[in-house]
Design a protein around this ligand. Structure first.
Ligand code: TYD
Length: 209
């Protein structure tokens, strides 16, 4: 049976991970793999509704409520989109996943890290991505890329986004086997060279072809 794979793309708002995910999808398809793209918040169906609340709701949202909404969306994404595709031998690329909640709600909002990790594990039924790529970028550059039209999360301020960035770097140190950091300040082509190397290397070492 073909082995499926679950790869997640993480990093600050404006780090360019979505562009890189699409480039990797095209590359993997050209190599003959079946690829499924999804994102958090907001995979197909119910996830899109949860995304709408998370990014556009204008009233007050408590930090814990925000976390639970991200987690609810995650459970749905894992059960309905990710697991069935991986079990069918496909490569699933997901734009943000568990590490976003640790970085944004844990390091950024200051919620207890162990609790967030425990809740993540509940939301995913204990499954972690096979490979995670963190796109690291300084906050000034990433905010310039986001521009002046910011959603609710992007409007959270420089200090918040610095905490998020440092959070990602801490998480990467904790799990160096799973989480690889690439420098996202470089050009799209240069960053993609790094992404492609990481993916090729993973596929080669795990004998997936
Ligand atoms: P999105 O428009 O998808 O941003 P990007 O293109 O940068 O990924 O918005 C997702 C926002 O939600 C982003 O600011 C990060 C935030 N987020 C969390 O705070 N916690 C989470 O668990 C997830 C999945 C996302």
């Amino acid at each position: 049976m073909k082995k499926g794979l679950f790869i997640t793309f993480e990093g600050a708002d404006g780090c360019g991970k979505t562009t890189q995910m699409k480039l990797l999808a095209d590359y993997l398809k050209s190599q003959g793999f079946e690829v499924v793209l999804t994102r958090e918040p907001g995979g197909k169906g119910l996830g899109e509704k949860v995304r709408e609340i998370l990014l556009n709701y204008e009233g007050e949202v408590s930090d814990r409520c925000e976390s639970f909404l991200f987690l609810a969306d995650r459970a749905q994404n894992i059960d309905i989109i990710v697991n069935p595709a991986v079990e069918a031998g496909k490569i699933v690329l997901c734009d943000r996943h568990i590490d976003s909640t640790v970085a944004y709600q844990g390091y950024g909002r200051g919620l207890d890290l162990d609790r967030i990790k425990m809740l993540n594990s509940l939301a995913t039924n204990g499954k972690k991505p096979d490979l995670t790529i963190v796109f690291d970028i300084d906050v000034e550059t990433s905010m310039k890329r986001v521009g002046s039209e910011k959603d609710r999360m992007e409007s959270a301020g420089i200090e918040f986004h610095n905490k998020v960035r440092n959070g990602y770097l801490e998480i990467a140190k904790e799990e160096p086997e799973r989480i690889k950091v690439v420098d996202a300040c470089k050009t799209i082509e240069e960053v993609f060279e790094d992404v492609k190397k990481l993916a090729d290397n993973y596929l080669f070492t795990k004998n997936i072809h």
